[in-house]
Ligand binder design. Structure first.
Ligand code: UD1
Ligand code: MG
Length: 450
């Protein structure tokens, strides 16, 4: 079945009280817009069109960053949801099959719900996603007659009896694409808001002798973000879902409520995640690895059998091969650590390649930045980097080489060599006692003078 998804993202979002367009505010480390796009993509649609308006360029750039398969159109001025859908028409003139309309500010709609809507199209020409609202507020009300949906009434236009209805419109609809475009072209703005309401297509379809129906979902799924409080609510709802999904998929979470996932976090079966771990965008963790408490991970890959933390920070481009060990207070950025590498303590590894089974001593720093440019450190296999080595990049350490503790390494070290880059130790017998005696006598002189 061919599906086109239209994502409405033109609204201003005044109540966020923000310079950033509402749909670019983040939940689970990704803009709200990307949540809607991910949901859309789960249906493997032939087309995704995002309708932009307020801050159109920024929203379009974010859509393009998500994927080049997304098209954007601009709605100017923003005269209502039907008017927004109409802007996508030129891109959908020969689209066959179904159209689904999503809102970019509603991040929690599930793929299953959309599939249930596609199934319901066998029974109704227009399918609307509805929910029972605890507090129906200003949502559009669904006026039903048995299984049929007769109309959607916007709050502003509803009679007191209609306002008493608790079955509400989520805004998500599913209609044959060409029928949707035809219905939308008939919508007028003769209503309390003077806007072109997408919700009017229900009555327009019925006038043509077609039927409309409702698919129900949980209210939590339709949570729309209009305020910062709702943004926090959406974050909490996303996280509790993601934690439940991880547990279900065979991931151990010792303290699930303290772990924060990103929209695209991927964790394999039998991985163990300790307390207070935060996943930023783009993290993949293979089966059987362990992330200990208080780690902050972003844009990195952790292979099978690796262990990370506690208190480690993996930044974009950190690639840990199998059985790598990264310990406490270690930061890794844009670096490839081959199988069995150990970086146990208090270390910064940035812009580096480290060969298999190399051991990096405590306090080692890859000095990757000269103040203007970044440079790479290359370390071979089975090397031993002594504690507190400063590796001044660009620099290469050969296989099986060793650097002495406290060395500042500015020149390449060949394979099997030992490099010592530190001042030679000088030891003066008895000097400590003589120094302290002298200092004590100075103190005594000073005390007498007072
Ligand atoms: C809409 C529905 C209402 C439903 C509610 C659910 C209509 C007429 N009403 O009302 O029945 O209960 O959502 O949250 O559809 N947008 C545009 N261009 C516009 C106007 C809106 O792209 O000209 C986008 C917004 O960015 C937003 C979505 O459409 O993503 C919904 O717009 P909003 O103004 O929030 O509609 P509501 O009044 O909440
Ligand atoms: Mg709204």
């Amino acid at each position: 079945m061919q599906v086109s998804v239209i994502v409405l993202a033109a609204g201003q979002g005044t109540r966020m009280n923000s310079d950033l367009p509402k749909v670019l505010h983040k939940v689970a480390a990704s803009p709200l817009l990307h949540h809607a796009l991910a949901t859309a993509q789960s249906l493997e649609p032939s087309r995704i069109v995002v309708v932009t308006g307020h801050e159109a360029a920024a929203v379009a750039a974010s859509a393009a960053a998500w994927s080049e398969v997304v098209d954007t159109v601009v709605q100017d001025p923003q005269s209502g949801t039907a008017h927004a859908v109409a802007q996508a028409a030129p891109l959908l003139t020969d689209a066959e099959g179904e159209a689904i309309v999503l809102y970019a500010d509603t991040p929690l709609i599930s793929e299953e719900t959309l599939r249930a809507m596609l199934d319901a199209r066998a029974r109704h020409a227009v399918v609307v996603l509805g929910f029972r609202a605890r507090d129906p507020g200003r949502y559009g009300r669904l006026i039903t007659d048995g299984n049929d949906l007769r109309a959607i009434r916007e709050f502003k236009d509803a009679t007191p009896e209609e306002q008493a209805i608790t079955l509400c419109n989520s805004g998500v609809i599913c209609v044959n694409t060409q029928l949707l475009l035809s219905l939308v072209s008939e919508v007028t703005n003769h209503n309390a808001a003077g806007e072109y309401y997408l919700t009017d297509i229900v009555e327009l379809a019925r006038k043509r002798g077609l039927t409309a129906g409702v698919v129900l979902c949980d209210e939590a799924e339709t949570l729309g973000v209009n305020t910062r409080a709702q943004l926090a609510e959406a974050e909490a709802a996303f996280q509790s879902r993601a934690r439940a999904a991880a547990l279900e998929n065979g991931v151990t979470l010792t303290a699930p409520e303290t772990v924060f996932f990103a929209l695209d976090t991927w964790i394999g079966r039998d991985a163990i995640i300790g307390p207070n771990v935060l996943f930023g965008q783009g993290v993949t963790v293979e089966s059987g690895s362990e992330i200990k408490g208080f780690c902050h991970l972003e844009g990195c890959h952790i292979s099978r059998g690796a262990s990370v933390g506690p208190f480690a920070r993996l930044r974009p481009g950190a690639e840990l091969a199998e059985d790598v060990h990264v310990g406490n207070f270690v930061e890794i950025k844009n670096a490839i650590l081959d199988e069995g590498v150990k970086v146990g303590h208090l270390t910064y590894i940035g812009d580096a390649d480290i060969g298999e089974h190399t051991n990096i001593g405590a306090g080692t720093v890859t000095c990757n930045y000269d103040g203007v440019m970044k440079h790479r450190t290359r370390i071979g296999k089975r090397a031993f980097i002594g504690s507190s080595t400063m590796l001044v990049a660009p620099v290469t350490i050969g296989d099986d080489a060793l650097t002495a503790s406290g060395s500042v390494i500015t020149e390449d070290v060949p394979a099997n060599a030992v490099a010592i880059g530190r001042a030679r130790q000088v030891t003066k017998p008895g000097l400590a006692t003589r120094m302290f005696d002298k200092l004590k006598s100075i103190r005594a002189e000073k005390a007498k003078g007072q």
